[in-house]
Design a protein around this ligand. Sequence first.
Ligand SMILES: Cc1cc2nc3c(=O)[nH]c(=O)nc-3n(C[C@H](O)[C@H](O)[C@H](O)COP(=O)(O)OP(=O)(O)OC[C@H]3O[C@@H](n4cnc5c(N)ncnc54)[C@H](O)[C@@H]3O)c2cc1C
Length: 374
Amino acid sequence: MKNDEYDIAIVGGGLVGAAIGWGIASSRPRVAILDEGDVALRASRGNFALVWVQGKGAGNPRYGMWTLRSAETWEAFAESLQRQTGIDVHYRQPGGFHLALSHAELDRRVAHLSQIQAQPGMPTIHHEVLDQAALANLLPQVGPEVAGGTYSKHDGHCNSLRLLRALHAGFQLHGGTYRADHRVESIVHAQGEFRLSTNHGEVRAGSIVLAAGLDNARLAPMVGMSVPVHPVRGQLIATEKTGRFLDYPVSTVRQTEEGTVLIGDSQEDAGFDTRSTSDVLAAMADRAQRMFPRLARLNVVRSWAALRVMPRDGSAIYEASAGCPGAFAAATHSGVTLAPNHALVLAPHIARGERTADAFQAFSARRFDVPQAA
Ligand SMILES: Cc1cc2nc3c(=O)[nH]c(=O)nc-3n(C[C@H](O)[C@H](O)[C@H](O)COP(=O)(O)OP(=O)(O)OC[C@H]3O[C@@H](n4cnc5c(N)ncnc54)[C@H](O)[C@@H]3O)c2cc1C
């Protein structure tokens, strides 16, 4: 085989492509990740790093089950990455909170979680509703404006930049090839193989996995698939480091292992615009300091915006091409939470070349083909 021929080529080296690559490379020898340069849109370098279960699964109980399963595997997954690469991804699972700044907000939150739980086929996802006094016991720094909140023992967080680095290091230790600055422009399927045109010439592969984030929407039709994803902008704020005061992640505020407080993250329809805006940052900062008044004394050191890779129904898309056997695609807006599933469940399935399996039917983009009821 030549240097530009692989058994499996993965297009995209973000959290999704790297996790799948890590899983595949442990059993298949010639696997490459082709990754665009730093100009690319990269959700994996701009996210909030929650490993989050509460609130997942609305409209798709299988997604709730899939998310819960991943969270349950996270600890062992982080340990195996550390054993292999020496990189600690700072995974902690003390449980997580969602805080409400009024009783009306709390009522809406509780109704939302109850509706999710009531869906047929939904696994039991632990959550507790806490009033202000109960919250103050667990989060002593919480401010007087917080009316209450919900807590789930399943939730946690990590350092997602370390996670990305560990997956890349592990992938290469498994023998995988990482090719940076390899934007895939087009893909042709002919005579049982895939030919990928990149800015460094043609790469050939027996199978391909599209894990190019938002660019999956453009690439998928070239190999007989549809991956309808769109950008949803999120903005984040990082403060200076401060003494530890927050032992639990909150859905919009968390303290990293190093002491930085991260405040996130908005949900905006802004197309492909990755600029941050002072009005949204100010609103986020205002809510965060009403939750934890001590944040008002901290300096902001950085803020940024990144684009979520959002499937139309907010779930995930895992697809295998019927017309071009050997082509797969994966896209999700929870690439941190689902990393163990991608590495340990989805990757072996792809490595075996299985086109369809019951486990992934619920995540096929064909679910969007069902006509809407009048
Ligand atoms: C603000 C924000 C907060 C978030 N918070 C969380 C959270 O708390 N928990 C959680 O689980 N998830 C969170 N996410 C989602 C998570 O970050 C994404 O699900 C995940 O990063 C998606 O990874 P990806 O690899 O699919 O896409 P990306 O990270 O966008 O990576 C795509 C990769 O493909 C490459 N690429 C693109 N096009 C091509 C091409 N044509 N050829 C070759 N390479 C290409 C790019 O260079 C890039 O490396 C958040 C996202 C955002 C934006």
